[in-house]
Design a protein around this ligand. Structure first.
Ligand SMILES: Cc1cc2nc3c(=O)[nH]c(=O)nc-3n(C[C@H](O)[C@H](O)[C@H](O)COP(=O)(O)OP(=O)(O)OC[C@H]3O[C@@H](n4cnc5c(N)ncnc54)[C@H](O)[C@@H]3O)c2cc1C
Length: 365
């Protein structure tokens, strides 16, 4: 089939990858002048892949397929953009998110090492022993490198004959006719269209506002105190720091920076609004992390990266069939790790027409 993919985040790139492997004629449209779009959810240096899930056990099961799909992609790319540095969780109070992730590992039967507070702070001296109840290390998982994955996927797709159009914003879609209208007025028709437009999807398909809400957040890259630099470089990913901030940390592995992010920082916004960081925003995000980290004021703010993403009410992934269009969103702040697997599943769903099966898989039911 002749298939268009609108949006070259990880969902669009990996859908194009899988559709091409299935023998379809694929054209990928990206509004940004270059892929990856640094303002999209898949444009940053690193993202976490982890086994631990606090509540949604279906995703904890699906993660095996996610690891396997990444392995297929690494084989095709001839390189691996993943550092399996392991994942650490921290609990500050009973029933906090760090505690919930630990219970998730128990339910999944996934092994971990449990450290009481003093032992955790001895192993990871950036932790404040007085602020935590315990920490646990799961050796599975680590950091994926989205910007590098995007650049290499673009190269691979072009080599394999996918037409990639950068700086090509889609302005309108006729879902029944399978027609795209570009911002400059050009029109193109396809047998099927996959819309993987991330936080911009509501501009193309406003009816999806019933299911998808758009948020802005920001993450901060930090320069740690001199004596903690080597320790951070050897640290695992921190999936949750406990307490009430929904906070996570990506260590400076493999040439990346030390990044702190917190779920409480997100606010409802349209994707092109408030993209410049506010004055003092980096310090605000950094300071959420005291506790459980010691010496937080000694961390210097290097830069702040803003980001737009969508959420569903129940935080599960989303797809909807509208005429010839399949709109898909592996969203709610946890979709990157499933990127390659999502692409394979969306491609299979578009080819077979089994949209019910696709949605069931995306929702990890
Ligand atoms: C701060 C932050 C931290 C996160 N951390 C993690 C994590 O640790 N682990 C994890 O698994 N997930 C994480 N996520 C979630 C993950 O990043 C997203 O689920 C995933 O990147 C979404 O990819 P996507 O392809 O659906 O969307 P995007 O990456 O947003 O891609 C959409 C693309 O479509 C393009 N586009 C939009 N409209 C048009 C148009 N009209 N015409 C042409 N192109 C268009 C955009 O320019 C963009 O390139 C995080 C998200 C954020 C924001």
């Amino acid at each position: 089939m002749k298939i268009a993919v609108v949006g070259a985040g990880i969902a669009g790139l990996s859908t194009a990858w899988s559709l091409n492997k299935r023998g379809h004629e694929v054209t990928l449209f990206e509004q940004a002048p270059r892929i990856p779009n640094p303002y999209a959810a898949s444009g940053d240096q690193h993202r976490i892949i982890r086994r631990a899930y606090a509540g949604a056990d279906g995703y904890a099961r699906t993660i095996s397929e996610a690891f396997e799909a990444w392995d297929e992609l690494w084989a095709d790319l001839g390189t691996r953009h993943y550092t399996p540095c392991g994942t650490l969780g921290v609990s500050q109070s009973p029933d906090d998110e760090g505690d919930a992730y630990l219970k998730g590992l128990d339910r999944a039967g996934s092994p971990y090492e449990l450290y009481e507070a003093a032992e955790a702070a001895r192993r990871y001296p950036f932790l404040d022993a007085k602020a935590i109840r315990y920490a646990y290390l799961n050796h599975e998982g680590g950091a994926l490198f989205p910007a590098r994955i995007a650049v290499d996927l673009v190269r691979l797709l072009r080599e394999r004959g996918v037409v990639i159009r950068e700086g090509a914003a889609i302005a309108a879609i006729d879902a029944d006719a399978g027609r795209l209208v570009l911002a400059d007025g050009e029109q193109k028709s396809f047998d099927r269209i996959v819309v993987s437009a991330g936080a911009w999807v509501l501009k193309l398909l406003p009816e999806l506002a019933e299911a998808l809400a758009t948020y802005r957040t920001a993450v901060v890259y930090l320069d740690p105190p001199e004596d903690l630099k080597e320790i951070w470089q050897a640290a695992p990913v921190i999936v949750d720091v406990g307490g009430t901030i929904d906070g996570y940390v990506l260590p400076p592995v493999d040439g990346t920076g030390l990044k702190f992010g917190a779920g409480i920082h997100k606010r409802p916004h349209r994707p092109d609004e408030a993209r410049e960081p506010r004055s003092g925003e980096g310090e605000q995000i950094r300071d959420y992390f005291s506790p459980p980290f010691a010496r937080i004021p000694e961390y210097r703010v290097d830069r702040v990266v803003t980001c737009a993403y969508t959420f569903t009410a129940d935080r599960r992934f989303f797809s909807k069939q509208i005429g010839r269009v399949t709109a898909v969103s592996a969203c709610s702040g946890h979709g990157y790790k499933f990127g390659a697997a999502v692409g394979r599943r969306v491609a299979a769903g578009v080819e077979s027409g089994d949209q019910v099966g696709l949605l069931r898989w995306l929702r990890a039911e």
